[in-house]
Design a protein around this ligand. Structure first.
Ligand code: ATP
Ligand code: MG
Length: 175
């Protein structure tokens, strides 16, 4: 059975990529694998342009288990501490966002008739991870948005360009 990987960052283009991936997977009778990479460097503000996610309670719960941060919240610690807290809060927010995103995308694919879609929540550099996963799962095709949540509105984003450049399989970039 052939494998079709679809990557989402929650942007509108990625949402369109889900629809196209669904019909291509039906035509080719492919197994669908859904992927999101929790990015380390993306600031949480960029998330607000994507899918709407309610963070409140969930963020509090996860941060309170990360004792160092919770202990220091409300104080005025030094720059290094603030920086590491900021990084940790970003990571937790981006992880919650990623989990919600995959759930949302799976629901959409289910509505389109795909009952059991494998989904992967990864961490690291998005393009490197997408290329590595496509190779590991021997994807015959990768479907993604031509661009995503980035602020620069050129036709192609850096992730879609790198993935299309590095992979030998078919890569479909969707507007
Ligand atoms: P840039 O990130 O270079 O500022 P951009 O955000 O506009 O630009 P890309 O990041 O290349 O554009 O996004 C293109 C497509 O790549 C998205 O529509 C999505 O399908 C996929 N993609 C981007 N980031 C991720 C990610 N973190 N996880 C999964 N897929 C991603
Ligand atoms: Mg991007």
């Amino acid at each position: 059975m052939s494998v079709c990987m679809v990557a989402t960052d929650g942007s509108q283009h990625a949402d369109h990529a889900l629809t196209i991936a669904s019909s291509l997977a039906k035509t080719d009778n492919s197994k669908l694998i859904l992927v999101h990479v929790v990015s380390h460097d993306e600031p949480p503000t960029s998330v607000s342009e994507g899918m709407q996610v309610e963070f409140g309670r969930e963020l509090e719960t996860r941060l309170s288990s990360s004792s160092e941060i919770y202990k220091n919240l409300g104080q005025m610690p030094d720059y290094g501490v603030i920086q590491s807290q900021h990084a940790e809060i970003s990571r937790v927010m981006n992880t919650i966002y990623g989990e919600q995103l995959l759930k949302h995308a799976k629901d959409k694919l289910r509505e389109l008739g795909h009952e059991s879609v494998e989904s992967l929540l990864l961490e690291g550099d998005p393009a490197d991870q997408l290329v590595a996963q496509a190779r590991e799962h021997r994807a015959d095709m990768v479907v993604m948005g031509c661009r995503g949540l980035g602020r620069l509105k050129s036709l192609f984003g850096s992730v879609s360009q790198q993935v299309a450049h590095e992979l030998d399989c078919r890569v479909v970039l969707v507007k």
